[in-house]
Design a protein around this ligand. Structure first.
Ligand code: TXA
Ligand code: MG
Length: 319
């Protein structure tokens, strides 16, 4: 869906006045405000009901602003050249201009250059970087359509820019490049295989080191959850209770006893993990709105974008 220049300019003027605008990116919808304005960013936390220990990603639309925001290093520059614009967020040492509220007091800042025309035009029209988390209440499913945003927080934001469905469908991959050892903090829309082709092996365990405070809520044991109880199936279910309305998130639609389920969503009939990722949150929104007693989710293969899907399924089922 193409947005007009008038709509973009209107959204940018709201952001320039300290407002909060939901906008599409290639991954999920973001909830954006002026990254250099602490008051505007405080509203993001309020709208999302997000704890202040959970830092925001700063979105940029050109490389020239980077030097003012963070300290670059050769590996970061190599990754930017290979994958930006795109679904990769880099955590780097921050400069003073970045408010502490955005980084939750951390000495680092997460930066992302989204691959979406509307997001880029909005950032350019606003004239400064835009801080944006996913546009969902904290802990809930991420939005991949403007309708998802409307349903969840529509009455709290100043404007929702409707740019249609998000192409990638899962959030960006986050890499911590602030220390010698590169670590993946969250698997996401750029596969680890693609990243390792460019910079070699990286630390892939995105789980929380024991006793440490979370570096990314992606690392919290639960997150990305539907309201309905979700169970990640180890083996296909054999027993069904007549009185229970059960939903199924199926990978390809070939789950045994599939007809016993009240509501089924299929991620990709042709077992394509990109297509599965693009459909993932939409399918879960459908299941969560279907008045079910519980949702079964079938695992997907753990390579490529499957890793990001499994990460979110594990967290959604940990509630
Ligand atoms: O694809 C995306 O990344 C989407 C779109 C809107 O750009 N944004 C997104 O933001 O997923 P959010 O806030 O839902 O997730 C951002 C993650 C959080 O888990 C946060 O903890 C982590 O980034 N993060 C932000 N700054 C960080 C930092 N300095 N160090 C470690 N993690 C950080
Ligand atoms: Mg989020």
């Amino acid at each position: 869906m193409e947005l007009s220049q008038r709509q973009i300019q209107h959204a940018a003027s709201i952001i320039r006045k300290g407002g909060v605008v939901a906008f599409p990116t290639e991954t999920v919808y973001g909830l954006g405000a002026n990254a250099l304005d602490t008051n505007a960013c405080a509203r993001i936390f309020e709208i999302k009901n997000r704890p202040f220990f959970d830092p925001l990603i700063v979105h940029v639309a050109d490389l020239s602003v980077l030097e003012s925001l963070c300290v670059l290093n050769p590996k970061a520059e190599k990754l930017m050249q290979a994958f930006w614009p795109g679904p990769l967020t880099l955590v780097l040492p921050k400069k003073d201009i970045v408010p502490d509220l955005i980084t939750s007091g951390l000495p680092t800042v997460a930066i992302r250059f989204p691959d979406h025309r509307c997001a880029l035009e909005l950032i350019r029209a606003a004239g400064f970087p835009i801080a944006a988390p996913s546009a969902n209440p904290f802990g809930y499913l991420s939005p991949t359509t403007a309708e998802h945003v409307r349903e969840q927080i529509g009455n709290k934001v100043d404007l929702i820019l409707d740019g249609g469905r998000c192409r990638v469908g899962v959030e960006s991959t986050i890499l911590d490049l602030s220390t010698q050892k590169i670590r993946m903090l969250r698997p996401g829309g750029l596969s680890i295989e693609d990243i390792e082709c460019v910079i070699g092996k990286i630390e892939k365990d995105s789980s929380l080191p024991k006793g440490n405070k979370p570096l990314a809520p992606g690392q919290l044991p639960f997150h990305y959850s539907p309201h309905t109880k979700l169970r990640l199936l180890e083996k296909p279910r054999l027993k069904f209770q007549k009185s229970k309305r059960l939903g199924l998130l199926s990978f390809t639609g070939s789950t045994p006893k599939i007809s016993k389920y009240t509501h089924v969503e299929i991620l990709s009939r042709k077992a394509d993990l990109r297509e599965a990722a693009a459909n993932f949150f939409s399918c879960l929104h459908q299941l969560d709105n279907a008045h079910l007693d519980a949702i079964d989710a079938e695992p997907v293969p753990s390579h490529g974008l499957g890793r990001a899907i499994l990460d979110r399924l594990n967290k959604a089922s940990a509630r």
